[in-house]
Design a protein around this ligand. Structure first.
Ligand code: URA
Length: 268
């Protein structure tokens, strides 16, 4: 302790929140809601945070009508942020988990007017949400929707290795030798896929196989089995990034809790 009864300086620099010259009278109360401009742009789905810094430096971003090129500026919910001349909507972030039934395609808009997953979550919130990744038309199970572009990007990026578990119902019993091949890895046209675990859901049913993997490649589970001459008759995603179907009947959805959202944001 020094003579002022203060702890000696440890050499650790405290983070000083940058001065926010855009703070208006009414948003001073909501100061703790302020976020850095690059994060704000990234979470609205426009780009990554790094790219946002480039756009800011290039003079493409305005806050309350003023072009901002300085790094570290913070904005609050009442600030008007424009990117490339367009106002960015400052929406509440929504996270909706659907237990998808068969027969719906994963797209926000289908030119052939087939049933899309969007109709199943149309009453979930007012914000425009979109599916994170995709499930085939006849695949059932967990599909997350959000308007948080930053989180969606992370959950679909191969580098983050988000864990998924599928139950695949096959047209004939999986032979032990093929189970071994799957576990050791299968070479597909677009690279090697090595599931983390290939096991049976029930001890007495070799047609119902649980596949745990991190890949989000197109038709990955069906292609793995087809390469060994099995057809996947039914496919159900039972776990996605630690979330399960518990308490979500088929065709229904629920909003994620704050704790679940925080957990997803922490995933590395
Ligand atoms: N793998 C598939 O083959 N289909 C899906 O829908 C998801 C993973």
């Amino acid at each position: 302790m020094n003579k002022n009864n203060k702890k000696p300086k440890s050499g650790v620099k405290l983070y000083k929140k940058p001065q926010n010259k855009f703070k208006s009278a009414e948003n001073q109360a909501g100061e703790n809601e302020s976020v850095r401009l690059n994060r704000y742009l990234a979470s609205s789905g426009i780009c990554s945070r790094r790219k946002a810094d480039e756009y800011i430096a290039a003079g493409l971003v305005k806050v309350n009508g003023t072009t901002v090129t300085k790094m570290g500026v913070c904005v609050t919910p009442t600030d008007k942020v424009e990117f490339d001349g367009k106002l960015i909507k400052n929406e509440k972030k929504q996270y909706i988990l659907l237990n998808k039934p068969k027969g719906y395609i994963t797209t926000t808009d289908d030119p052939f007017e087939r049933k899309t997953v969007m109709v199943l979550v149309s009453n979930a919130c007012r914000e425009r949400i979109f599916p994170v990744g995709r499930l085939d038309r006849n695949t059932t199970g967990l599909l997350l929707f959000t308007n948080d572009g930053e989180l969606a990007k992370k959950l679909t990026h191969p580098g983050y290795k988000i864990r998924k578990v599928y139950y695949a119902y096959l047209d004939h019993n999986l032979k032990p030798a093929d189970q071994k091949k799957l576990s050791e890895g299968i070479e597909l046209d677009d690279g090697m896929i090595r599931p983390d675990l290939v096991s049976f859901v029930k001890a007495d049913d070799r047609k119902l196989v649980s596949v745990e993997l991190h890949s989000g490649k197109y038709h990955v589970v069906k292609r793995m089995f087809e390469s060994l001459d099995y057809q996947v008759v039914r496919l159900d995603r039972v776990a996605f990034a630690g979330l399960t179907k518990k308490d979500i009947p088929r065709g229904k959805w629920r909003a994620l809790s704050e704790k679940e959202v925080a957990f997803l944001k922490m995933l590395r």
